[in-house]
Design a protein around this ligand. Sequence first.
Ligand SMILES: [Zn+2]
Length: 525
Amino acid sequence: MGKRRQAPTFLLDLPLMVTEGQAKHLRAHLEAGRQFYNAVLSEGQRRMRQMRADPVWQAARAIPRSRKPERAAAFSRLREQYGFSEYALHQTATALRASWIAEHLDAVLAQTLATRAYHALNGVCVGKARRVRFKSRGRGLSSIENKRNDTGLRFVLQSPEEGNQGFLMWKGDALQALIDWNDPVVKYGLAHRIKYARLIQRRASSQRAAGADSKGNRYSVQLALEGVPHHKPKHPVGSDTIGLDLGPSSVAVVPREGEASLAVFCEELKPEAKAIRRLQRKMDRKLRAANPENYDEQGRIKKRGKKKMVWKSSTSYQKTRQRKAGRERKLAAHRKSLHGRNVHEIVAVGNTILFEKISYKAWQKLYGRSVGFRAPGMFVEMLRRTVASTGGSLTEVPTRSTRLSQWCHGCGKAVKKPLSQRWHTCPCGVGPVQRDLYSAFLAAYLDPIDPIPSCAQYVIPWEGAEARLRAAHERVHQRATEGHILPRSFGRARAGARLPGSRSEPTQEPSFLLRRGKLEAWTER
Ligand SMILES: [Zn+2]
C-alpha cells in the first residue's frame, strides 16, 4: 500500500437553514446511514474475530518485529483470507446497500461509512483501541461525508452574478447555507477548492433553539477545502520565552521578561459543574424511585450476575437527562473558549514554551473531579497546536530528569515537598516563594535541547525574577482579600502559613497585562 501525498486540507463550517420537510429527509437518511454503519461494523467484527481466533494469527504474532517483511506478509495473508481489509469491506458495503438502503445512501457515501467502520475495527486489531462502538438509536450517526464534490452529497456555490448563495445538495434536497461574506474566515475559505462536504447534525439546547428542527437538531455543512487555514490576525504573537507550571486546578505563567501570573484554571466553570452535579443527583433519585426492585436494603444496586437488569425510566427522568446533556454541552463549549482565551493570552507574550510533562492519569486518580471538568490535557493540546501554527516551540520536559517542584537553584538540592507545603523556602536563602510560580520560573530558563537545571544558570535570572514572582503572588493575595475563593494550593495567609516578608514593597515591573481584565481589577482596587 503506497501512501499518496495529500494536499493540505482545512475545514470550514457553515450553518444550514433547513425546513421541517428537509429535516425529516435528513433524519431518515442519517438513520439509514446509522443502520448501515452498524451492519458493516458487525460484519467486519465477525471477520476480525474469526481471523484472530485462527492459530495462524498467533503464529504471525510470534514472528519477532525485527523480521518486519515476514511479519507483515503473514498478517496480510490472513487479512486477505478472512476478508478483513478496507477493500473487502467496500465490497460488503456494495452488496449491503443493494437492499432498501440504496434510496437513502449513495454508493460513495456507503463506501466512506465502510471506511469509517474499517478504521474503527483496525484500531482494535492493531491494539490502539479496546473496542468498537456501535451507533445507538439515541446518539445516532451525527455526521456523514462524501469523498468528492461532484456527485451525491455535495456543496454548490453560486457565482456572484447568480446570487452568491451556497447549497448542500443531497438526494433532491437543496439545503441553503448561511454565508456571512463579511466574515474574512468564510470569504477566505470559499475561495478555495472544495474537496468534499460533510453533513453534521448537532443537538441544540431545545426544539425552540434558533435553527433547530422539531427534534432539537441543528444542521451544518463542513467543507474540506484544499489549502492552509486562514490565519486570524487578531491574535498577536509575542517573542518571550515562557515557563508554565500546570496544577490540577491552577496555572502559573512566568515569562523571562514579562509579568508573571498565578491563576485558577477555568475558574468560571465552577457554577456550571455544580449545576450538572445537581441534575445528576436528581436523575439518581428518579431512577431509584422508579426501580426500587433494583436496589438492596442498603440502597446499593443489586448484582444480578449475567442476567441483564431492566431499568424503567420516567418521562421526567428523560427530561432531566436531556437537560443535563444540554448543560454538559454548554460546559464543554465554555471550557473550550476559556482554554482558547488562556492559550492566546500566553502566546501573545511568547511562543517558546517550556513546562514539565504532567501525568493526567495520576492526576485523575489524585484529584478526580477537579481534573475532569477543567481538562488540562485538552488545554495542553490546544496550546501545542496554536504554538505550532505560529512557528514557535513547546517543550514538555520529563519530570524525572528535572523535578522542578522539588529542586532549589540556590543549593542544587532536591527536597520532596508534601502537597500541603505551598512555599519554597530553603535554608540556603532562596525564598519564600510560592511553589508553582517558582517551578514555572525554573522551567522558563531551561534549555529546550538539554533540559537539566544547573545552579549557575539561574543566578542572574533570579535577581530579576524574585520581585516579579512576589508581585504575582501579591495579586492573588489581594484577590483573596476581595472575597474571591481560591484553592488552598495558592498558599494564602492562613494561621501559621508564612507569607513573603515585604508585602509593602511596591511593584517594580512596568504593568504588563497578561490576563487583561482581571489584572486591572487586581491592581487598581
Ligand atoms: Zn536551596
